[in-house]
Design a protein around this ligand. Sequence first.
Ligand code: HEC
Ligand code: HEC
Ligand code: HEC
Ligand code: HEC
Length: 418
Amino acid sequence: MKKIILLAILSCGFISNAFAAGDATAGKAKAAACASCHGANGIGIADNFPNLAGQQADYIAKQLAAFKDGSRVDPLMAPMVAGLSSQDMADIAAYFSSFSRSGEAPAGSATSGDTPSAAAPVATAPSVVANAAAGKELYNNGDTARGITACVACHGDQGDSEVLINPNLSKQHPEYIEKQLNAFRDGSRIDPSMNTIAKHLSEQDVLDLGAYFKDPKAVASAPAPKKSAAKLTFIGDVEAGKAKAMVCASCHGADGNSLIAVYPKLAGQHEKYLAKQLADFKAATVNADEGRNDPVMGGMVATLSPTDMQDIAAYFASQKTSASNVATNATGEKLYNGGDASRGITACIACHGSEGKGAALAGFPTVNSQNLDYLKTQLNKFRDGSRHNDMNSMMTTIASKLTDDDIAAVAEYMSSLK
Ligand code: HEC
Ligand code: HEC
Ligand code: HEC
Ligand code: HEC
C-alpha cells in the first residue's frame, strides 16, 4: 500500500527537485506532434518507438534536453526537440507521465476524455529465442562474477523505478530496450552507470532482458529472492559470528554500534558488503594495489578464514543500527537526492537509496546513521584514490568530482538519516 501511494505520488510529479514543474494540460497540446510515433497516449505505435506512457517525468525531461544539446544522438528526435523550451519539455513530460504504463489515462485528469485508445502495438515474432525468466533473474540479482550490477537497485521492483531520474522499464518494447542496451554498450549513448554495466552484457542477456521488460508481471516462475527474505536470512552463522567478533568490540562496539566517530558502525550493514570489505582488507595485505588498504584493519583480518568473515558479517548485519545525533543538512540533502548534472555527479540516492539503506544484493552499503567522521574519511579516500575497492570505480568516479564543502554537507545528511 505504501508503495502504491509512493508510486502514485511519483507519477504525478509532485516531488521533483531537478526539473521545472510541468503542466500536463499544456503538455497535451504540445505533444500532438509526437503522436505519430509515440501514440497520443504515449504507447509507441511501432516497436522502435519507445513507450512514454507512465515514464518518470524527470527522466523524459532529461532525455528531451539531451536530444536537444546533442548529448543523446538520434536523427528522428533531434528535429523534434529543436524548437522546444524547457517549459515545453516539462509540460510534455508531465503529460506522458500522467498515463499508466499501459497507456490508460487517470480518471478525471487533464489527459482523460478524448484520448484515442491507440492501437495496441503489434508484437512481431522474435527471430531469436529470448528467455524472459533468465532476464528476470539477471534483473533482480545481477551477476557479480561478470561484474553486472543488479538492475533492480536503480530501476525498481519489476522495472518501476522509485527514483525520479531513473527510467521505468516495465512494459517497454523489447526492440527498443535492445537498441538502448546495445547503444550503452558501444558508447553511442552515454551514461556512466549504464555504460559500465552494459559492456558486461552478452547478446543473449540483452535479448532476455528485453523479453522480461515487455511484461514483468507476467514473468512469474523465475526464482527471484523476496526482498524481505534477503533482509532476515543470513549466509553466515550469526551465533558463531558473535563469538568471533569479540575482538572487534573495542573499536566497533559489541553490537557494532561504534561510539567512536572515526570507527564505522557495522550494525545493520549488509552482510554481503561486510564480508566483501573483510576480504578486501585481507587482499590488500598481500598486494597493496588490490583490495582496501588500512593498516589497522589489515592486522585484524589477517587470521580470519572466509567462513569467519561470513559469520562475523552475519552477526553485525543482524544487529540494529543506533541513530546518530547529527542534524540534517539541506545542501547535502540536495546533492544526495539530485546529484549535480552540471558537474556530472550522479545522485547518491540512485545507489544508496532514499533512506540511506543501500541495496543488499547490489553491494551498495547503508550510509544512514553512520558516524560522521568515518563518512568524511571514506569520501576523501575515494576522492584521492587511496580507497579503490569499488566495483567499476562507481565511488571513485563520483568522489573525484566532490569539493570539501560537498563532502562535509553530504556526510552530515547521510549521518542524519535514520
Ligand atoms: C518520427 C518519429 C518520432 C516523433 C514524431 C517523435 N519521436 Fe520521440 N523518439 C523516436 C525514436 C525512434 C526514439 C528512440 C531513439 C533512440 O533509439 O535512442 C525516440 C525517443 C524519445 C524519447 C526517449 C525515450 C526513452 O525512454 O529514453 C523521448 C522522451 C521522446 N522520444 C519524446 C518525444 C516527444 C516529446 C516528441 C514530440 C515533441 C517526439 N518524441 C516525437 C521517434 C519519434
Ligand atoms: C546504478 C544505477 C543503474 C543500474 C544498476 C542499472 N541502470 Fe539502467 N539506467 C540508469 C540510469 C540513470 C538510466 C538513464 C540514463 C539517461 O539518463 O540517459 C538508465 C537507463 C537504462 C535504459 C534505457 C531506458 C530508456 O527508456 O531509454 C535501459 C534499457 C536500462 N537502463 C537497462 C538496465 C539494465 C538491463 C540493467 C541491469 C543489467 C540496468 N539498467 C542497471 C541507472 C542504472
Ligand atoms: C583498533 C581498532 C579496530 C579494531 C579492533 C577493529 N577495527 Fe574494523 N575498522 C577500524 C578502522 C579504523 C576502520 C576504517 C578503515 C578505513 O578508513 O578504511 C575499520 C573498518 C572496518 C570495516 C569497514 C566498514 C565499512 O563500512 O566499510 C569493517 C567491515 C570492519 N572494520 C570490521 C572489523 C572486524 C570484523 C573486526 C574484528 C575482527 C574489526 N573491524 C576490528 C578499526 C578497528
Ligand atoms: C553507482 C552507484 C553509486 C552511487 C551513485 C553512489 N555510490 Fe557510494 N558506494 C557505492 C558502492 C558500490 C560502494 C561500496 C564499494 C565497496 O567497497 O565495495 C559505495 C560506498 C560509499 C561509501 C562508503 C561506505 C562505507 O561504509 O565505507 C560512502 C560514504 C558513499 N558511498 C557515499 C556516496 C555519496 C555521498 C554519493 C553521492 C555523491 C554516492 N555514494 C553515490 C555505489 C554508489
